[in-house]
Design a protein around this ligand. Structure first.
Ligand code: PMP
Length: 342
């Protein structure tokens, strides 16, 4: 039986839990997907010729559930993750997965792994849905058999002990127009690790990618979206296209800033020079990162320290309050999980 972690020492790493969910799909079948089932967490049988092993035929999601001080457990915007999951799948020639099944499976994983939900204020429960093309193929070919697997893990802070992050600007791109950067494709990630390691060796926490065409426009980091606040009060973030992931935390931050805090939020191309010359405050958003102030941005010789964050902590506080149930949820973002206790 998986061990309960020490709640006071949680970090953002994988802790095994007890139950996972698996569903199987087949192109041309009606319906494509079976209902799926909950099975004990463990290894999954896979053909060495499975399409996802050779060709990166794989997409995934990341979302969280959290136990509130009121004892209730809430998933944060699972329908939005379900929609993005299907969009990512379709970009990689895989079938959409039904939203209701996705949300029900996520809730079921939380309920069955209830022992692994950190106590209120101690951490969150991260869910990792994945879709793989499992059919054996030799050449690059469309896979017609698929599996969805969902497991979860209790997690702590992504950057333990650090409120802010230092970003290194690299001229190498993470995604190009027409590519898969706008999808949560597994293959988008392995290629960033070497760069992130180099950034860490140089005293940064992550990489800030610019556009692939060399126009000097900000994209995103290896796992979060980027925002910059200017002196005139404008909060800018790059517009969504096929090189930037449509972060659900990004959308949440935009709506909190605009609708609750009355900030002028603009989605527009964001030249890195403008950020370095005129940026007052910057932050990144993501499920793992939450809302993370950027304390410095480095461009070779030119590393710029940013002002102490003011807006980022306010957005973060609102967001965390809604996620945990400590604040009202004016946007209807949370979905309560039915547990044996409730
Ligand atoms: N960009 C990338 C490349 C990511 O992997 C993530 C994490 N899913 C994000 C942005 C932030 O997305 P979200 O807020 O939905 O977690």
């Amino acid at each position: 039986m998986a061990e309960i972690p020490d709640w006071d020492k949680l970090t953002f790493r994988f802790y095994p839990t007890e139950w996972m969910y698996r569903a199987f799909g087949e192109a041309g079948r009606d319906p494509i997907w079976d209902e799926g089932r909950f099975i004990p967490f463990g290894e999954i049988p896979v053909s060495p010729a499975a399409a996802f092993l050779s060709y990166g035929y794989s997409v995934f999601e990341g979302l969280k559930a959290e136990r509130g001080a009121d004892g209730r457990i809430r998933l944060f915007r699972p329908r939005d993750n379900a929609a993005r999951f299907s969009r990512s799948a379709e970009r990689l020639a895989m079938p959409a997965f039904p939203e209701e099944t996705f949300v029900r499976a996520c809730g079921g994983i939380v309920a069955r792994n209830i022992r692994f939900l950190p106590p209120a204020g101690k951490g969150t429960f991260y869910l990792r849905p994945m879709m793989h093309g499992t059919e054996p193929v030799l050449g690059v070919a469309r896979a017609n058999e698929f599996a969805v697997t969902i497991y979860g893990s209790p997690v702590g802070d992504y950057f333990t002990g650090k409120d802010g992050v230092r970003l290194q600007i690299v001229r190498l791109a993470r995604a190009a127009p027409g590519g898969t950067g706008g999808a949560k494709a597994a293959g988008n990630y392995a290629g960033t690790i070497r760069l992130r390691d180099a950034a860490r060796a140089a005293g940064f926490d992550d990489v800030l990618f610019l556009d692939a065409a060399g126009k000097g426009l900000v994209g995103e980091t290896s796992g979060s979206n980027f925002f910059c606040l200017f002196e005139d009060g404008e909060l800018a973030t790059p517009p969504l296209d096929d090189t930037i992931l449509a972060g659900i935390t990004r959308d949440s931050a935009i709506r909190i800033a605009r609708d609750i805090l009355g900030v002028r939020v603009v989605e527009r191309p964001l030249p890195i020079d403008e950020v370095l010359d005129r940026g007052r405050e910057a932050f990144c958003t993501g499920t793992g990162w939450t809302v993370r102030p950027v304390t410095a941005i480095g461009a070779g010789e030119r590393t710029r320290a940013l002002a102490a964050p003011d807006l980022a902590p306010r957005i973060r506080e609102m967001l965390r309050g809604i996620q945990s149930g400590a604040r009202p949820d004016p946007f209807g973002w949370t979905v309560e999980v039915a547990t044996p206790r409730s």
